[in-house]
Design a protein around this ligand. Structure first.
Ligand SMILES: [Zn+2]
Length: 469
């Protein structure tokens, strides 16, 4: 009789979250994320799927990011027939993320097959899963609202608390009762969010727990305050109006796009800026926005006060237009400013954003606003580095548009915010923190910081190592 926990992903790294809790021989998996990063390496790790799927008793999903939900379809393929517990909004968002992944994989497989035929070589790359596997996975979901304790196995009670990270994101607090009668509370933070994020509520103050599995992505960093975003967006919009220019914002279709729409709606509503035409040019963003719209149970008090109470939809207003067809998208190039174009992908590597950038970047009356993380070697990173000339769709363009950046949108707590959050709770009975989801050097810095703040028992979780509690 015992409780063991171990990680099969997101141990000393930031993607591929998979944590297993074993109670008296029953196995619960928390998150089943995909590894991301260098393509060949991530593909190999995702293919070596080492979760004992057919032996699991329950699966819990904390939130819908790809590095937490991306490999859920592999569970069914490998024999898991049980439930996947998640909040209603997480179920809906995870569905479009998994579907998108199946679609991209099918597309990649076709592309690689064509390339191989051209070279006369052999082709053996296959998608990990397809759309029908995603449908099967979605059917395994059981939705559990925040603060509705639910037994996921006869000996484990699950309660979801707000994580303040993305729509539907939750921390999972598990109350474990062993055959001996010993009761142990374990909290899984999933990804810990921040106070003051648009739309969603702040991270909840958890009840006292015995153990905590804590993420550490930004254990060495401070972010700009979330309060700064609104004022900075207002400045940029006012400048576009004055210059009669376009603002092009590369943003991922889910989350950042809805946050931007929410902020611009707020600015127009409060008459801080005059109405300025906003185009959201991404079919996936349209689908994602409709999910945001049907989950007002996730909204914070500000959103209820500003919109719901006045019978308004935070994601729909006069100045906003969703663009789905390619023709409409192309037509935007011919229109003159002032206007705001929000389009994907967020790192400017592919998609409609590349055309909008190519069309606006050489004109100094336009602005390009960067609002997200830009990985190395992407066009987004080159813009962030203020390179004077960049290649877009195979052609060189001089960068004459003004580039600005807002870093206040991060969805992860920085080290100070995570520490404040810990301090807001009663942690007198906290026996140990298991640190996951962070790069090794960052985790060491965060561990030292937390030790200095009065949290002496911290274990950095190693891949595959079992910890008995
Ligand atoms: Zn996340």
């Amino acid at each position: 009789m015992s409780i063991n926990l171990y990680s099969l992903g997101a141990a000393e790294e930031v993607t591929g979250s998979k944590h297993v809790l074993e109670v008296d021989g029953r196995l619960i998996l928390i998150d089943c994320g995909a590894f991301q990063g260098i393509r060949a390496e991530a593909d190999r790790k995702n293919r070596e799927f080492d979760v004992p799927a057919d032996k699991l008793d329950a699966v819990i999903l904390t939130h819908a990011h790809f590095d937490h939900c991306g490999l859920l379809p592999m569970l069914g393929i490998n024999g898991y027939r049980g439930n996947i517990y998640a909040t209603p909004a997480t179920r809906d968002l995870a569905n479009i993320i998994m579907m998108d992944s199946a679609h991209i994989q099918a597309h990649d497989a076709e592309f690689l097959a064509r390339q191989a035929v051209k070279r006369g070589g052999e082709f053996n790359w296959k998608p990990l899963f397809d759309e029908s596997d995603v449908v099967n996975t979605t059917n395994q979901f059981v939705t559990v609202s925040y603060n509705r304790p639910t037994y996921v196995t006869p000996n484990v009670l699950l309660e979801f608390f707000d994580a303040g990270h993305i729509l539907g994101s939750a921390m999972a607090v598990l109350t474990v009762t062993e055959k001996t009668g010993r009761v142990t509370k374990i909290a899984y933070t999933g990804d810990l969010g921040r106070k003051g994020k648009a739309i969603i509520r702040d991270p909840a103050i958890l009840p006292p727990v015995d153990y905590m599995v804590l993420e550490s992505t930004y254990g060495d960093r401070r972010h700009e305050s979330t309060d700064d975003a609104l004022a900075m967006l207002a400045d940029i919009a006012l400048k576009a109006i004055k210059m009669n220019g376009k603002i092009v914002i590369p943003a991922f279709a889910i989350e950042r796009t809805q946050e931007l729409v929410y902020y611009f709606h707020t600015l127009v509503d409060k008459k801080i800026i005059p109405e300025i035409q906003i185009y959201v040019d991404s079919p996936m963003a349209v689908n994602a926005t409709s999910i945001f719209q049907i989950h007002p149970e996730c909204y914070d008090a500000d959103t209820h006060e500003a919109f719901i109470k006045h019978h308004k939809n935070p994601f729909g207003f006069n100045a906003l237009k969703f663009v789905t067809s390619v023709d409409e998208s192309k037509a935007l190039n011919k229109l003159s400013g002032p206007m705001i174009i929000i389009s994907a992908d967020g790192m400017c590597e592919a998609g409609r954003i590349t055309h909008h950038l190519a069309n606006t970047i050489e004109d100094p009356q336009n602005q390009i606003l960067l609002v997200g993380f830009m990985a190395a070697h992407t066009l987004g990173r080159r813009l962030q580095n203020r390179e004077l000339e960049v290649k877009i769709l195979g052609e060189w363009h001089k960068v004459r548009a003004e580039i600005s950046q807002i870093n206040a949108f991060s969805a992860h707590a920085d080290y100070a915010e995570a520490t404040d959050w810990l301090k807001s709770m009663d942690t007198t009975g906290l026996k140990k923190i298991f640190m996951v989801h962070g790069e090794p050097d960052v985790q060491l810095i965060f561990k030292e910081h937390l030790e200095s703040q009065g949290y002496p028992n911290i274990q950095i979780v190693k891949y595959g190592e079992t910890y008995e509690i």
